[in-house]
Design a protein around this ligand. Sequence first.
Ligand code: HH2
Length: 274
Amino acid sequence: MSILQCGRFQLGLERPLVMGIVNITPDSFSDGGRHATTAAAIAHARRLVADGADMLDIGGESTRPGAAFVPADEEMARVLPVLAALQPLGVPLSIDTRKPAVMHAALQAGVDLVNDITALEGQGALAMLAQSPAAVCLMHMQGEPQTMQAAPQYDDVVAEVTAYLAARRNAALAAGIASDRIVLDPGFGFGKNLAHNAALFRALPATIAQLGCPQLIGVSRKRMLGDITGQPVEARLPASIAAALLAAQAGAAILRVHDVKETVDALKVLRALQ
Ligand code: HH2
C-alpha cells in the first residue's frame, strides 16, 4: 500500500481521499463570499470534516479565470487565523497558494501540505519545502489565471502536461523532497479547453499515473462540467459526482471537492459495489 508523508500525518492511499475545499475569498468561482470571514470559514471547515473530509484545502486567493491578484499580506490575513483554529482538529491541512511568503507563514503555522498551482516554481519554494515535513501538490497550468482561458493551445496536451509534471517532480526530488511527499495534478481548467480537459481525463490511468506519484484531481463544479451538461455552477453537483467517481476508478489518490458529504457517499457506493 502506498503512503503519503503529509506533515503530521502518514496517509494510506488504498482508497481515494476526499479533500474538502475552504475558500476564504470574496470571488471564488463557485463559493466566493460564502465563507469569506474567519468565523464562517472555520464553521465551514468543521462541517466538511463532520461530513467525512479526509483533509482540508485552505485558500485565500481565487485562481478562477480572470481572478484579481491578491497581495501576500492580504492572503495571509485571510488564511492564517483559519489555519490556527483548525490545527487542533486532527485533520491534515493543505494551503492552496502560489506565493512563497504565504507558504512560509503557513508552514510556520503547521500546515501539512502545500498545494501550488504553479508547481513550486516561485522563488525559493522548492528549497523551503525541502526543509519542511509537508507534502507538496505540483499542478500544471498553462499561462496565468488572468488570461489562461483566452486561447489555450497545445500540440499534444497529454504529452505536454505529463512532461511538465515529470520535470517538476524531478526538480522537487533534486531539491530534496522525497517521492513519498509528492502529489501531481494535471490542473483541470487551468489553461485548458473542454477538449484538452477531456483528453487529460481519459489519459489519467494510462499516462500520468506512470509518473509513479499519487494524483490529485480537481474537477468539482468546474466549467468543463458546465460545458458538458449546460448547467450553471450551482447545479453541477451531479456532474461533479460523476466526474469524481470516474477519477476514483482511474486511480486518483485525492479528490478535491466542494461537496464533501455527497462525494463521500458516492465513493462508499463505488467501494461497496465495484
Ligand atoms: N482548482 C482550483 C484551485 N486550486 N488546486 C489544485 N491542486 N487542483 C485544482 O484543480 C485546483 C486547485 C479552483 O477551484 P476553486 O478553489 O473552487 O476556485 P477558485 O480558484 O475560484 O477559488
